[in-house]
Design a protein around this ligand. Sequence first.
Ligand SMILES: [Zn+2]
Length: 232
Amino acid sequence: MLAEIEQLLVVQDHDTNIKALQNELQTLPFEQNRLEKAIQDRTAALDRDRQRAKEIEVERKKLELDASTRRDQIAKYKTQQFQTRKNDEFQALGNEIARLEKEISQIEDHEIDLMEQAENTGREIQRAESDFKVEQAQLQQQLVALKQKGELLTTTLEETKAARQKAGAAVADQELLGRYERIFQSKGGSAVVPIEHEVCMGCHMKNTTTNVHRAKLAREVVYCEHCGRMLY
Ligand SMILES: [Zn+2]
């Protein structure tokens, strides 16, 4: 194999690795956002449950107060009933008392509903809190692992870049290196490719026998007649 091609293959190997590392590093922020959002969503859901429990409690207290106000009123009406000597007034007070008692009964039914809701919400919160602890711990672990992965990839990338730099400097013909770099850039990788059965392994097109022969002689850098990649 031509010495230049051999050197360029080393450079290309590093460049390919650099590209893969950079692509992988680019996906990390998305993954991090996904994990952080999952943590936030679960926290928000639990906060909503807790808020609902508070609201139920406030509503229940209000109902208790409503019932208690009516009981006080009933007590007043009963006192008035004892004091009055008028039959129609006694009757009117009796109607009011009956109306208030009916309202109290409705309020109490509503209170029972709310107490059931409070129990259910309480159970949901308990379950959510215990799930939450496990999930948050897992998500935090994943975040830590992601951070470590990022650090490892960054270190590897730096090392690979340094090795690439060295391999690039070792190429005697820097103009040739520049040509290689332009092909690697424009083709998105694979600038130096093998030729197999007269076919370029970059574009999968057949080259002329003469070109294939020149490539096999390995006395000069030969380019694919179709895609312009360097052949070996
Ligand atoms: Zn080709």
